[in-house]
Design a binder for this molecule. Structure first.
Ligand code: GAP
Length: 661
């Protein structure tokens, strides 16, 4: 029952990533560190491009988003408030045989025959007893002993006497023999054990695994007792690789712990952040006050996050150290919108709702951000066909969340649904998180996280009483619901009602706690998606019938690590080299270019194709004026179709910039 091998496509991608310097295993020379990856020269450029494009799209190109760069280690109180200390865990179980760790919710259900063993006896502890018998009868003694061990109703004394009389033929039990039996203690720990085998596999396979298990527990000569079989369907209690029973699932907190300061006591415990989002909430007031933003507005951050994942897997997809690009977009609660604008805009659940409007509630903003993010992906080469969506069900949503849409990418390892369509795996989640986060930080820090809105205060004063009563009650109910679910053990229902009343009364004064829409993307997953999407293999056969596989990384020019290769036709012609270097210097301040003069021009094109360089600029004798009308022109060669065209050097920069920006 071996785990299916990672698919061939992924193996090829991983291999190209190493060969071309996109991604290396971290600490490779020491055997690597599971769940940690380094980006090589091309990978580092690709990553930088992606982060810059995100930053540009999310902050600089907008008036309503400000940036933040917070520390990785923060007060541990932040993680108490966010709920990470108490609940940021995955169910984990271990193989009882190999100790390999699994995420319980990721084990593929399996069916087959379970071989249960009631216990095992360590025969070595009965060596003395058995050696009292002649060699020829020892197997029979063993069988009798096994029967005796499997049946707790058999009386020890009677049975031992019987065995001795039967096999030694003596009238009386010799004391030494009886004592040697009594001396032998039956180990009781890890008594029962079971193994799951696919139907049709011989029982010996299960016995072999069970014997190995008991040997690991210190039994020198395990004898399996009480074998019983059972047919089971869709069980996740067994190791899919060897059939061994797993431990019961138990929660495993994913945060990496560290100590701040030299004493390293429990009071010094801190955590490496498992997400960048919480710093944004913790700094919400500072950013609001210094950026001159008003709700609705967002705070964006790109940075490292750390999760001690139980089973890192699928290359960089699930790593222990990774980067996130997160936006917390703060919006007015729907009650506030209704008080100011009379009603909340209705939106259809699909399609872009257009330019943001003042009367948008959380649904319109959520829809807007889902579509904005899809547009971003399309703009860097991931077409809609390569993406998928997962709208979280009520059961999947966190208790405070109103909606969450995951944008998926169809990775080579993504599974198919019942209809045979590839579903995809999560690139990014866009969650409508209500006012939970700011409320939590307000409660845990004691610092107000609400905002004051003059427009609300003025509008509230003019509301008919029936309307303000309805809005007040809705806001009150939402606050009470939150306060009840997040209550500390010593908080009484009266205190909660009082707090909810105060919060709802705040509306009339123009006060509220903003709600938030959170588009949260993983940089590394996006890099992997871009690499998988770009990877193209073609086979070329020459005149002599010899075939060769050609690899081309068809990155969108915006993300491509190298934007242009600058190639003098010949390296031993100083005039060509000099001109090529001038072209390189022309382009270099604006984009990453690669100067290459080694090997035939065909080989150099192929190297750039493999690196994903969308354009190659060749400087030849015509550039130098061999044909006077072509003086100071170059050849541009396009990666994806190999076509070439002539262009004036004076037009080159503008042309390339129009493609790579
Ligand atoms: N603040 C919300 C948050 O962190 P998440 O779904 O846990 O939500 C957001 O993470 C994104 O971060 C994911 O969609 C994914 O792209 C990325 N991510 C999460 N865990 C990751 C891991 N172990 N390795 C790589 N990327 C990860």
């Amino acid at each position: 029952m071996a785990e299916p091998k990672e698919n061939l496509q992924m193996e090829k991608i991983v291999s190209l990533c190493k060969r071309r310097g996109f991604v290396f295993q971290s600490s490779e020379i020491y055997g690597g560190l599971n769940g940690f990856w380094d980006y090589g020269p091309l990978g580092a450029e690709l990553k930088r491009n992606v982060k810059e494009l995100w930053w540009h799209a999310m902050t600089r190109q907008r008036d309503d988003v400000a940036g933040l760069e917070a520390t990785i280690v923060m007060s541990p109180k932040i993680w108490e408030a966010s709920g990470h200390v108490a609940t940021f865990s995955d169910p984990m179980c271990d193989c009882l045989l190999t100790k390999k760790r699994f995420r319980a919710d990721q084990i593929e259900p399996q069916s087959g025959i379970v071989y249960h063993y009631e216990k095992a006896i360590d025969l070595s502890s009965f060596d003395d007893f058995i050696s009292e018998f002649p060699e020829s009868v020892r197997p029979a003694v063993l069988e009798d002993l096994k029967r005796f061990w499997s049946d707790s109703t058999i009386d020890v004394q009677t049975e031992i006497d019987r065995i001795i009389r039967l096999h030694l033929g003596q009238d009386q039990s010799p004391t030494a023999v009886v004592n040697s039996f009594r001396h032998a203690s039956v180990p009781t720990e890890f008594e029962s054990y079971s193994v799951l085998l696919p139907v049709g596999k011989p029982p010996e396979s299960a016995r072999k695994i069970a014997v190995q298990f008991y040997q690991q527990k210190g039994f020198q000569k395990p004898i399996l007792i009480g074998e019983r079989t059972e047919r089971i369907e869709n069980s996740t209690r067994y190791n899919p690789e060897n059939g061994s029973l797993l431990t019961e699932p138990r929660p495993f907190n994913l945060m990496f712990k560290t100590y701040v300061g030299p004493t390293a006591t429990e009071a010094d415990v801190a955590y490496l952040r498992p997400e960048t989002a919480q710093a944004i909430f913790a700094q919400f007031k500072n950013v609001l006050e210094t950026s001159r933003q008003k709700v609705p507005f967002g705070i964006a951050q790109v940075g490292k996050a750390f999760r001690n994942e139980v089973t890192p897997r699928n290359f960089t997809f699930r790593s222990r150290e990774f980067e996130q690009m997160e936006l917390e977009f703060f919006i007015k609660p729907d009650e506030v919108i209704e008080a100011i604008h009379g009603s909340v805009a209705t939106v259809s659940e699909t399609g872009h709702p257009g330019e943001p409007q003042p009367n948008w509630g959380w649904q319109a903003w959520h829809q807007y951000w889902v579509e904005e993010r899809v547009r971003f992906y399309e703009g860097i080469g991931l077409s809609r066909e390569t993406l998928g969506f997962h709208i979280q069900t009520k059961e999947e949503l966190a208790h405070y969340a109103r909606a969450c849409t995951d944008i998926l990418f169809k990775f080579p390892f993504s599974k198919k649904d019942a209809a045979g369509n590839v579903t995809g795996d999560e690139l990014e989640g866009i969650a409508a998180r209500s006012d939970f986060d700011l409320s939590q930080h307000q409660r845990f820090s004691g610092k107000p996280m609400g905002v004051f809105d003059d427009e609300l205060r003025a509008a509230w004063a003019k509301l008919p009483k029936e309307k303000s009563d309805v809005l007040w009650k809705r806001y009150y109910d939402n606050r009470k619901n939150y306060l009840t679910k997040s209550a500390k053990p010593d908080e009484t229902p009266e205190q909660i009602s009082q707090q909810a009343t105060e919060d709802a009364n705040g509306l009339a004064k123009g006060q509220y706690i903003p709600h938030v829409i959170e588009p949260s993307a993983g940089v590394d997953r996006l890099i992997l998606a871009l690499i998988a999407n770009a990877y193209t293999e073609t086979t070329k056969t020459d005149d002599k019938g010899k075939s060769e596989t050609i690899y081309t990384m068809k990155f969108h020019p915006r993300v491509a690590p190298i934007k242009a290769g600058v190639l003098p036709l010949l390296k031993n012609k100083p005039e060509l080299v000099k001109k090529a270097m001038q072209v390189r210097e022309l382009l270099r301040p604006w984009m990453n270019v690669f100067y290459d003069e080694g090997g035939s021009i065909g080989k150099r094109y192929a190297r750039q194709d493999e690196a994903g360089t969308p354009f190659c600029v060749t400087i030849d004798f015509d550039t130098l004026g061999e044909k006077p009308e072509l003086l100071d022109t170059v050849t541009i060669r396009y990666r994806d179709d190999g076509k070439q065209e002539r262009m004036k050097i004076s037009e080159l920069l503008d042309f390339l910039l129009s493609k790579v920006r």
